[in-house]
Design a protein around this ligand. Structure first.
Ligand code: LER
Ligand code: MN
Length: 278
């Protein structure tokens, strides 16, 4: 019998001042975030940069070496939060700029062997744009960007978000069915347990449905706090991840509540418990 899948731990560092108040644990720079993550025993950091160009690659390389950390993933959300770019915008120039913004982050992440995440930059359908049109633009972008990520031998991560953040795809099963209609085989689903708590009838069943398409997990409780500080029943979720042989990270994209240090410690405790479950 194949050995049960093991998980790796990751924690978020945001380098974007405009994202304060968002679900990011460390917000005091790369050096402080990496040092803290390593001190608590995390395997990796997930980084949310303002753009590819503003991230200090040399510093990041040094910090990863010094602290024996990896990059779990790189977020593109600043493209929306800071620059108001989205892949489904009615204006073709904005759609193009959104795609180029993401392409640069794919290259940056690829240099570190990590996937890029498309979350809020997917946008939403509204105004003159129909849902079918928005999904067609999104599909075209994922075909292109999925192959751009393949050059680096990493997947591209697409994240279904809850209904308050997008009206495109909110559930894993729908997302998996839609992704299977694309030509590219290099786009995987980011399963964010916070969004899933809002949208899925049964989070464990949704993970089983998406199966091998699950490429990354945001490890967040029902209230977007550290796992263990909300009401999510994590055991069936861990069992489902084991069942689908999920090989990736459980990454804490959570609110730094009651403070960053406590959220990070609590996540690590929950992560260690998760490793011993099932
Ligand atoms: C990004 O990973 C995410 O989950 C979004 O809720 C951010 O807006
Ligand atoms: Mn997320």
């Amino acid at each position: 019998m194949a050995p049960a899948a093991s998980f790796r731990s990751a924690i978020t560092i945001s380098l974007v001042p405009e994202s304060r108040g968002g679900p990011f644990v460390y917000t005091d720079g790369l050096a402080a975030g990496c040092a803290e993550a390593a001190r608590l025993g995390y395997d990796a950091v997930e980084i949310f940069p303002a753009s590819a160009a503003t991230l200090d690659r040399t510093l990041l390389r040094e910090l990863l070496g010094e602290h024996r950390l990896r990059v779990a993933a790189v977020g593109t959300g600043a493209g929306w939060v800071v620059h108001k770019l989205m892949l489904t915008h009615a204006d073709p120039e904005i759609r193009q700029r959104a795609r180029e913004f993401i392409r640069e982050i794919i290259k940056l992440a690829g240099e570190f062997g990590a996937p890029a995440i498309i979350g809020s930059m997917q946008g939403r359908w509204e105004g003159t744009v129909t849902r079918d049109q928005a999904l067609a633009w999104l599909a075209e972008a994922l075909e292109d960007l999925g192959e751009a990520a393949a050059v680096h031998r990493v997947p591209l991560l697409y994240e279904p978000l809850n209904r308050y953040e997008t009206n495109l795809l909110n559930r894993l099963g729908d997302t998996a069915r839609w992704l299977r209609t694309l030509r590219t085989r290099n786009v995987r689903i980011l399963a964010d347990l916070f969004h899933m708590n809002i949208e899925e009838a049964d989070a464990a069943a949704a993970l089983r449905e998406a199966g091998p398409l699950v490429g990354h997990v945001h490890f967040a409780d029902s209230n977007r706090r550290a796992i263990g500080l909300g009401h999510t029943a994590i055991e069936p979720i861990i069992a489902a991840l084991r069942e689908i042989d999920y090989p990736g990270y459980l990454s804490a994209e959570i609110l730094p509540l009651p403070d960053a240090a406590t959220a990070a410690r609590q996540t690590m405790e929950s992560f260690r418990r998760a490793l011993t479950l099932c």
